[in-house]
Design a protein around this ligand. Structure first.
Ligand SMILES: C[S@@+](CC[C@H](N)C(=O)[O-])C[C@H]1O[C@@H](n2cnc3c(N)ncnc32)[C@H](O)[C@@H]1O
Length: 443
């Protein structure tokens, strides 16, 4: 007998007490029957009516939106963005929280992940328990930092208008302005144009140069539009078959300034989105590693060479840096960006396969800045065998970081300091920098 399909609970409403914050931009609550709800648009301590958006009877958990606030937290404000709220734009998770409260929520998530996945208290991680705003971002409640220098707009196929995706949906929320977009992005006027035939339009406003770029992803068979924006831009397009990014007109890259250097970033390659992020992270990494002249270093997941360049600069002409990066275009850019450092080498490929092949058995310093999935056990174990005196782990996901810190501990390393930065205001994302050293070394 085929199993009876479970009854969907989408649309059901439950009056619930909101518990603690959970990783991912929601809070935990329980129905009177004990079913776990992940509730968006709520804050810890509130009493709300939560309407189910995903899940069925007997599911391990349900997803829901707080649609009526019965008892509000003192941290609640009216969302400054007119497009935020249940069922609306999915870009920001904490529009309804005061800025200081947003950072405390992120700190609670980091603390919970460290405890659960690495068995570390904030004190044991050398962390003061705070999430620090980027320079200039400490604004009064209701004011929003315009920090997003890269915005991926989705195009509504029925109107050709660019908007933003709703939470966990392909539907497009039409907007006339994104409040967190950097001025250089807003000035392009993407929301005013007709993008018929496009799947998405990414707008990039570089930091420290006037370079502006749009990257178009056309729907199958669609012709590219003539791109006439309010400011000059270069235009790239994503090939629908190969996923490769090709130049349509203008420069195939943007120039980003950080750590006193200019970095070429081509073809939609990775660059930190907040304009202060690259400098903030380089400073935190260098303060943690304290590079000495003549040392050797690895920069893993090196992108276009941000940390490799910063290290090479500080290690001097007798020092040496090896960067490893999987993206072909990013490797070309890193080699170009670091051409003035003869003792920097960049290898293309996945860290997990390239690092063992290098034959390196010893290194003084390591920076690793992996994607959201983290580095994983095999890479961490390999790293702990190289005897580095310090390792800097730059992490955009506190869960992957905490898991990997556990692997580092198994390999004989301990966390010396941890710092957390709010480089994604209004969203649940947060960036951490952990500095590790051999466990047998005193603090
Ligand atoms: C978070 S970004 C960091 C880039 C650089 N450190 C920066 O700050 O600009 C992660 C980078 O790792 C690359 N990447 C992803 N998986 C990888 C892997 N398995 N091996 C090597 N590089 C990888 C991505 O292409 C991306 O450039």
């Amino acid at each position: 007998m085929p199993a009876e399909p479970k009854k969907s609970l989408v649309g059901e409403e439950y009056e619930v007490e909101i518990g603690s914050v959970a990783h991912g931009g929601h809070c935990i609550a329980r129905t009177s029957e004990g079913q776990v709800l992940f509730v968006r648009h709520a804050l810890p301590g509130e009493r709300v009516v939560a309407k189910v958006t995903e899940g069925e009877e007997g599911a391990r958990f349900l997803r829901a939106d707080a649609v009526r606030i019965l008892e509000a937290s003192k941290d609640r404000i009216e969302a400054p963005c007119p497009f935020a709220g249940p069922g609306r734009c999915g870009g920001c998770d904490w529009q309804h929280a005061k800025p200081g409260a947003q950072r405390r929520l992120k700190a609670d998530v980091i603390a919970e992940q460290l405890q659960r996945l690495a068995g570390l208290t904030p004190e044991e991680a050398g962390w003061d328990g705070t999430v620090v705003p980027a320079e200039g971002d400490k604004l009064p409640a209701g004011q929003v930092p315009q920090w997003r220098t890269r915005v991926q707009y989705a195009v509504d196929p029925s109107t050709g208008k660019a908007g933003l995706r709703r939470h966990r949906s392909h539907e497009v929320e039409p907007i006339d302005h994104c409040m967190i977009a950097a001025e250089g992005v807003s000035e392009l006027g993407i929301e005013k144009r007709d993008w018929t035939g496009m799947e998405s339009v990414e707008a990039i406003a570089a930091t420290g140069s006037q370079d502006r770029q749009v990257i178009l992803t056309p729907r199958p068979g669609a012709r590219l539009p003539l791109v006439e924006l309010d400011k000059p831009v270069s235009v790239l397009r994503v090939d629908e078959k190969s996923g490769g990014v090709h130049r349509v007109h203008g420069r195939p890259f943007v120039r980003e300034r950080a750590d006193g250097r200019t970095h070429r970033v081509g073809g939609g390659g990775f660059w930190q989105v907040h304009p202060k992020a690259a400098d903030t992270l380089v400073t935190a990494v260098m303060q943690g590693l304290l590079p000495r002249k003549g040392e050797t270093a690895l920069d893993l997941y090196c992108g276009v060479g941000l940390f490799a360049g910063a290290l090479a600069d500080r290690l001097g002409e007798k020092g040496a840096v090896l960067g490893i990066e999987s993206g072909k275009r990013a490797v070309e850019d890193a080699r170009h960006n670091l051409a003035d450092f003869p003792r920097v080498r960049i290898e293309q490929g996945k860290v997990e396969s390239v690092l063992p092949r290098t034959g390196i058995t010893e290194v003084d310093l390591v920076v690793l800045d992996p994607p959201r999935a983290g580095a994983g056990r095999a890479t961490v174990t390999h790293l702990t065998s190289l005897g580095a005196r310090r390792i800097a782990y730059v992490a955009c996901d506190p869960a992957a970081l905490a898991r990997d810190l556990g692997y580092f501990r198994e390999g004989g390393y301990r966390v010396r300091t941890l710092r957390a930065f709010d480089l994604f205001p209004m969203t649940h994302h947060v960036e951490c920098v952990a500095i590790l050293e051999p466990a047998d070394k005193g603090r």
